[in-house]
Design a protein around this ligand. Structure first.
Ligand code: ZN
Length: 153
């Protein structure tokens, strides 16, 4: 079952809005974690900086870089979604989001706690764009895993 047209338009609007006015754009200074992500297939590049406090909670997170609308909107939505969450909660959310994005386009995904991130599930119909949608998340995992650069290849 594909998305109803109304929903598809709403998703499109949210993605364009986050692309034009990305939330949490810039750098967190001082930060405790950072990483760079690159998607050579599309040319998306982003740098993530974040600060994690003593109780393992993401206190602040920002991104900068250049990329397509999907990659920027995804990074913007991700920073909103993970701010204030613990590292453990973030891993769980990443797995949930990843499973949903990789699922069959015909399979109906119930919200299941994804909230606004669900707007990105439209990419399931365009396999090459899945890497654009997951780049920010892989970069976040890289940052939590000690930093460095991650590529989607
Ligand atoms: Zn892209």
């Amino acid at each position: 079952m594909q998305l109803p047209e109304e929903l598809r338009q709403l998703y499109q609007e949210v993605i364009l809005d986050h692309h034009r006015s990305p939330r949490n754009y810039g750098r967190v200074e001082p930060h405790t974690h950072d990483a760079e992500g690159y998607n050579p297939l599309c040319g998306d590049r982003l740098i993530l900086t974040l600060r994690i406090d003593n109780s393992d909670t993401i206190e602040d997170i920002r991104f900068e870089g250049d990329g397509c609308a999907i990659s920027r909107a995804s990074a913007s939505l991700m920073t909103e979604a993970v701010k204030g969450k613990t590292v453990q909660q973030v891993h769980a959310l990443f797995n949930q989001f990843h499973d949903a994005v990789m699922s069959d386009p015909d399979c109906v995904v119930t919200d299941a706690g994804l909230g606004k991130l669900a707007v990105l599930l439209g990419v399931r119909e365009f396999p090459t764009r899945i890497k654009c949608a997951t780049l920010a998340w892989h970069t976040l995992e890289q940052a939590l895993d000690g930093g460095g650069t991650t590529t989607t290849e």
